[in-house]
Design a protein around this ligand. Structure first.
Ligand SMILES: [Zn+2]
Length: 342
């Protein structure tokens, strides 16, 4: 280790359980973070500054004004420029620690790409807001025997658990095969920043224990916290379920091929994602010329955005689009067909 690096991590190395050996282990570690919103900005900040050698930041979304209250890596200029979260996060983190390697992946995680994006790391961190993607992460984690940290926060409460295939139950053992839908979301009840920091910090602490070989110190259960109502609890893990379809029987149903839904509604505001069944290779400059006849077009290196009056459309080069200001998936599909083409 170079002297400059010694000084960068000196306080962390002084912490005896990590020490120089633990620091070296962190430097060799590879971590994927799915979702660079509220949880993901805290997760990625702590891990990049701690010197985790390789980070893959995966997010499908772009930065908006309503993110700034809790997504601490981003600022007003990022929202104005409609930058993708993964790319903006990478650029800011490299300014904080240029000695780590960071890849930004601007994409939706689906059955098509989940194993490629998540299958070659030591730990996967959940910064998402939905169980559809968490079950996908769980399938990859169990199939490839990769540890992962589940985390979720909404309103003033949150839950987190660090899951190790073969050692702990998996997500399906904990919540059954179809958790999701019918829950509070950031969209319906809001969220305050402190619960996000608590949950993400817990995910990072467990990750640091795991990567530095201190599995004996890891929490043997599911953390639930409510920072407004002063509740902090760890619920012990149940025994692993030998009949669990995922970790018991090895059926990875979320990784199975299926027709892609054309429209997916998103958490947090009136935005619907529309994407073609297979990725396209669009010429964004050509599309920008075409759409400039319809409304004002703003482009950056990753996407173009066009004002359509009541709605706005942001289109990525692979044909994926975010339609803002729309609640109805059918209307989103129709705007997509009209302005991007299908
Ligand atoms: Zn299981």
């Amino acid at each position: 280790m170079q002297p400059a690096e010694d000084s960068r991590y000196s306080r962390q190395i002084l912490f005896t359980p990590i020490g120089p050996g633990g620091q070296d282990a962190l430097g060799l570690a590879r971590v994927a973070i799915v979702g660079l919103g509220a949880l993901g900005t805290v997760l990625s900040t702590q891990l990049a500054r701690a010197g985790v050698g390789y980070l893959r930041l995966i997010d499908r979304d772009i930065i908006e004004q309503s993110n700034l209250q809790r997504q601490t890596l981003y600022d007003e200029a990022d929202a104005r420029d409609a930058l993708p979260k993964a790319a903006a996060a990478r650029d800011k983190l490299l300014r904080a620690n240029s000695s780590v390697k960071i890849d930004a992946v601007i994409a939706d995680v689906t059955w098509r790409n989940a194993e490629e994006l998540l299958g070659d790391v030591d730990v996967i961190l959940d910064g998402t807001d939905n169980f559809q993607i968490r079950y996908l992460i769980n399938d990859v984690a169990v199939k490839r025997r990769i540890a992962w940290a589940y985390g979720g926060a909404v309103s003033s409460y949150g839950t987190a658990a660090f899951l190790r295939p073969g050692e702990t139950p998996c997500l399906v053992c904990l919540f059954g095969p179809d958790q999701g839908g019918g829950h509070d979301t950031c969209d319906t009840v809001g969220v305050i920043a402190p619960i996000v920091s608590v949950i993400a910090s817990y995910q990072v602490a467990e990750t640091q224990k795991y990567l530095t070989g201190h599995t004996e110190r890891m929490a043997p259960g599911l953390l639930t916290v409510d920072v407004w109502n002063n509740e902090w609890r760890t619920i012990g893990f149940p025994p692993r379920d030998g009949d669990c379809p995922c970790c018991g029987l090895g059926r990875f149903s979320h990784l199975a091929a299926r027709p892609d839904a054309l429209a997916v509604s998103m958490c947090g505001r009136r935005t619907i994602q529309v994407k073609p069944e297979a990725p396209l290779q669009l010429s964004l400059p050509a599309l920008a010329r075409r759409l400039s006849a319809v409304g004002r077009v703003h482009s950056n290196a990753y996407l173009l955005r066009c004002d359509l009056g009541d709605a706005q459309i942001s289109v990525f080069a692979d044909g994926r689009a975010l339609i803002h200001g729309v609640d109805d998936p059918a209307q989103a599909r129709s705007l997509y067909a009209r302005y991007v083409g299908m």
